[in-house]
Design a protein around this ligand. Sequence first.
Ligand code: ASP
Ligand code: MG
Length: 405
Amino acid sequence: MGKHLVVQKFGGSSLANVERIQSVAQRVVSYKKRKRDLVVVVSALGDTTDELVALAHKINAEPPEREMDMLLSTGEQISVSLLAMAIHKLGFEAISFTGAQVGIITDTTHTRARIIRINTEKIREELRNGKIVIVAGFQGVTLNQDITTLGRGGSDLTAVALAKELSADECEIYTDVEGIFTTDPRIEPKARKIDAITYDEMLEMASLGAQVMQARSIEVAKKFNVPIHVRSSFNTVNGTMIVKEVKRMEDALVTGITINRNEAKITICNVPDQPGVAAKIFKELSEGGVNVDMIVQNVSHTRKTDISFTVSKAELAKTRKIARKVCREINAEDILENQGVARVSIVGVGMKTHPGVAARMFDALAKHRINIEMISTSDISISCIIKKRYAEAAVKALHEKFKLG
Ligand code: ASP
Ligand code: MG
């Protein structure tokens, strides 16, 4: 049996300046002193990736995706080398690698590549040599040697995938908050750190707007049952465990509340109410690469109806173009666009077995005179689109209603 192996991932904010890089090195070394084998995955320093994206767009508004990957992958290459140097300075041996060097093989979907396989031989060999192995997160390489990236926040995915492939004993994700909270503490100061949360809940929260972890990384963790410990790089307090199942003394109905202000609502007005129309609209959108979120179609009284849906604001320009074209082709009347909306969602596996959760949610919003514009539900979540200016009030009302404080 090998030694106890820990995969640790440090996000950009944990590496934002020289002192923080040194303090990450200290932490890594403190594990090494306890005879752990360590594989450390890092993100780009601070806001480097955002800055590189902005720089690219100054040169070309639509940069080729292959070149984008070439550019963005440099951010993580800076981090791995600096962290290795900081560890050496403390008298320990570390070796840094890019994704390509360790053999993180992906498909060719630039900017959001999927991992096909990981060759762990090189990592294992360096661990056997007693070295701390540092791997650039967020990147891989195709079979043609083209550098790829794994989608924003993809270092989480690198860490989880490595933990799986190496059968690590622990996978720790270090960030600038103490774990997963019942809601955003900047909005609701009464928000509480959650000790343990299920993959499904975390996945739902991540896709609904909680920004702590990349959703794809949770999917992989769930698939291979990799327990994750999300914790702060600024202290040693236990954070949140993300696991398959959580035994809670009393079934909580709701585990967390998320808010997403990055969506826009589009309404196609006076659409002929006949078969094939919705199919046409959403087929064109999906072929144009638009991810449609909530969809609502009203009942028609006049053989015409309105269809509303939400998309992320980043895809609004693309959506507008396609929607206008489809609008003409299907003889709809007009397109309305509303960016002043927010989505508030409640998430919890408890609602599977308890009826009436939706009613309680709507009741809390009604008491605060917050109008609901769209509703959607899944097995373990309920989302409402409301006016953006009520978003914070809604989060507070729901936090109170479901006794999360
Ligand atoms: N640096 C990349 C990003 O900002 C990957 C990561 O942080 O996980 O998206
Ligand atoms: Mg980042």
